[in-house]
Design a protein around this ligand. Structure first.
Ligand code: GTP
Ligand code: MG
Length: 422
């Protein structure tokens, strides 16, 4: 994908006006959402000039906000003369986007496009880039107008780092063909991923997936546990591509742990769809490690937990064990509000990690696992012991010894490690 150079290190950061509708929500809820939009903007390399909130129960179908309000913004923008773009805190329809651009006269983008832009900025691997490009094209296709070239340049890059301009201007049929071709490419990568996963499964290793709101400390946690060396920083969506590492605990339990893309409120559905193969890591996990940032207010934590719990349910189904971690305990606030079933940790300093590992071991060693053993003649005596904790499914005698396939209690398998063939 032809990404335009980032503006992150340019002296002049693009200035944006942030606009939200109340849609009946309380003031504090709208404020929190705007604060998140501002954090997204800063991650994309821009800065907020001022914010506008309109109290309106339902969006205007033509202009999202009221047309009077849109004119007010146009005047304020013209008066200041230093505004590069206006960002709306929700997804706009193609018509709303166009109408607003006509009235306000600077580039208009919406929450979805801003998130897509950050993803484009942070994608590093081929698969990540491909997934972002598909999401961008799917978002852009119905919004093609042919105009907007000069406007987008005014936007200082933000919202344009997806596919290059010339591509956006070609007709929709061309886009459709391009999306199909990219999806085929992605499907090929997915097959490779599936093969790798199958190889891992064969070894009978348990998988844990770390999930949680963006910036909650997932990568820091995997780094602390395994020295994975993943980039962890105070930015939204620092991680897009999944990293899996093997954790061997003191009692010898082996668990594969995967860190992956963070969640956010109203995660654009184009991204969820495009990142399906990445998000599948969650579907195939044996357990989920859900990370919440304990350094935020209880209201913020609850809001983010709700978003996270909903996405876990949607992406992994509701039947997996979930470990709740409240991270950043070193700077936690309103600690009395942290749920009793949660483990408080600091991924940065290692506090509480022992309790977390104990819980991981407990879950990894519970339940049954299907294992194939080989016992040579000298160790045939072990076979009868096996029946105490395993259901033997198949025995296969050979001149050298016997192959046994059995469903075993996971916590007992360790003792038989030397007989395992698969
Ligand atoms: N004080 C403190 N800071 C932490 C702790 N854990 C993580 N952080 C900081 O929180 C920020 C985000 O951490 P990451 O590990 O990148 O968060 P993430 O969940 O992987 O974020 P995304 O990949 O963007 O979804 C970084 O600046 C970390 O240094 C902690 O236990 N204490
Ligand atoms: Mg991360």
């Amino acid at each position: 994908m032809a990404l335009v150079e980032t503006d992150l290190f340019e002296e002049k950061k693009p200035k944006a006006v942030l606009v939200a509708l109340s849609e009946g929500a309380e003031e504090s809820v709208v404020e929190a959402s705007l604060a998140e939009l501002e954090a997204l903007l800063e991650t994309a390399g821009g800065e907020c000039a001022f914010t506008v909130v309109q109290n309106l129960d339902r969006p205007n179908t033509k202009t999202y906000i009221g047309s009077g309000k849109a004119k007010e913004i146009a005047e304020a923008v013209a008066a200041r003369g230093d505004i590069d773009l206006v960002i709306f805190d929700n997804e706009l329809s193609p018509a709303q986007l166009n109408n607003l651009e006509d009235i306000i006269g600077v580039r208009i983008i919406d929450r979805t496009m801003l998130i897509l832009d950050i993803f484009a900025l942070h994608a590093t691997t081929g698969e990540g880039k491909l997934q972002v490009e598909i999401a961008c094209l799917r978002y852009t296709a119905p919004r093609l107008t042919g105009k907007g070239t000069e406007l987008s340049r005014l936007g200082g890059g933000i919202g344009t780092r997806g596919p290059g301009e010339s591509k956006l201007e070609s007709d929709r049929r061309h886009l459709k063909r391009r999306i199909a071709a990219l999806e085929e490419e992605l499907a090929e990568m997915q097959r490779t991923r599936d093969t790798k996963r199958a190889a891992r499964d064969k070894k009978g290793l348990k998988n844990a997936a770390i999930v949680g709101y963006t910036n909650s400390g997932k990568s820091t946690l995997l780094n602390y546990l395994t020295g994975a060396g993943i980039l962890a920083e105070n930015k939204l969506f620092a991680t897009l591509d999944p990293t899996t590492r093997l954790l061997t605990t003191e009692d010898g339990t082996e668990i594969l742990i995967t860190d992956t893309v963070g969640f956010i409120d109203r995660l654009p559905h184009h991204l969820v769809r495009a990142f399906r193969s990445t998000l599948d890591e969650l579907k195939y996990a044996d357990m989920i490690v859900s990370v919440t940032d304990a350094s935020e207010t209880d209201t913020e934590r609850c809001r983010k937990r709700l978003v996270t719990d909903k996405l876990i349910e949607e992406l992994c189904g509701g039947d997996k064990p979930v470990i709740q971690l409240y991270n950043k305990s070193d700077i936690a606030v309103e600690r009395e509000q942290i749920p009793a079933d949660a483990i408080e940790i600091s991924a940065k300093y290692g506090t509480g990690i022992d309790d977390f590992i104990k819980k991981l071991e407990e879950i990894a060693n519970s339940g049954m696992k299907r294992v194939r053993f080989f016992f040579d003649h000298a160790s045939q005596g072990e076979v009868s012991n096996l029946y105490r904790f395993a259901t033997v499914l198949e025995t296969d005698y050979t001149p050298d010894g016997v192959f046994v396939t059995a469903d075993c209690e996971a916590k007992e398998i360790g003792k038989y490690n030397r007989f395992i063939v698969q």
